[in-house]
Write a protein that binds this ligand. Structure first.
Ligand SMILES: Cc1cc2nc3c(=O)[nH]c(=O)nc-3n(C[C@H](O)[C@H](O)[C@H](O)COP(=O)(O)O)c2cc1C
Length: 206
């Protein structure tokens, strides 16, 4: 049937709703705010594995993240090898807790996947945003499973690329160690909403 350019009616959309998707959207199952408010940067981990099925859950959640044009212009490298984790810790200015985590994810922007459609905006911005959102999803998914993580952004790009055998133009965006927390939840202070949020126009000094 030729497309009318119209969105499907609510009736036809309704028919695509399965029992499974309906259940996913039930508010009491989301528990989203509890996850958001219990995430904090965890830099000490128990000596306990992160089982492959839990890691898979995290990666599947990441794969649901939005991305520009749904092009998913990023890559994820999963690292469990201790020598490679140590090398990453060194590349991250000796942030040794990275090597203590049972599993480490590295999120890399991949401009090759989107610049054909978006040009400079794709390669300079969207691929970084895609990788960033993906990493944020991973942090929240890990939290929802009781795991802790810490976004590491301070590292030498070139060293990280070498350690992971990644060719340019891939660009590492975040190193994310994940493990079972060995420190109590700590809420770090935040800006007040009155300072952070601007209505209708920005009146601050920049
Ligand atoms: C872009 C970015 C870079 C970061 N880099 C580092 C880092 O290199 N090392 C580190 O220990 N934490 C790093 N963090 C974690 C922040 O320090 C942490 O999120 C912030 O202090 C707020 O604390 P919370 O995550 O516990 O709420 C980074 C976070 C972001 C978003």
């Amino acid at each position: 049937m030729a497309s009318t350019g119209k969105r499907p009616s609510s009736e036809s959309r309704e028919t695509k709703e399965t029992k499974e998707t309906k259940e996913l959207r039930e508010p009491q199952k989301l528990d989203f705010f509890a996850v958001v408010h219990s995430r904090f940067s965890v830099r000490a981990y128990q000596k306990r594995e992160v089982e492959p099925d839990l890691l898979r859950k995290i990666l599947e959640a990441v794969n649901q993240a939005p991305s520009a044009g749904n092009l998913q212009a990023y890559e994820i490298v999963v690292i469990r090898d201790i020598d490679r984790k140590r090398a990453l810790a060194r590349a991250a200015l000796d942030q040794n807790f990275i090597a203590e985590a049972p599993v480490v994810l590295v999120f890399l922007a991949n401009p090759r996947r989107n610049q054909w459609r978006y040009g400079r905006r794709g390669s300079d911005l969207y691929c970084l945003q895609d990788a960033t959102i993906a990493c944020a999803y991973a942090q929240l998914a890990a939290t929802a499973l009781g795991l802790g993580s810490c976004w590491v952004g301070a590292f030498d790009d070139r060293q990280v690329l070498n350690i992971l055998h990644c060719p340019q133009p891939l660009r590492p965006v975040a190193i994310l160690p994940i493990g079972w927390p060995d420190e109590p939840l700590e809420h770090r202070p935040r800006r007040s909403l009155s300072d952070l949020v601007h209505y209708e126009r920005y009146e601050g000094q920049g």
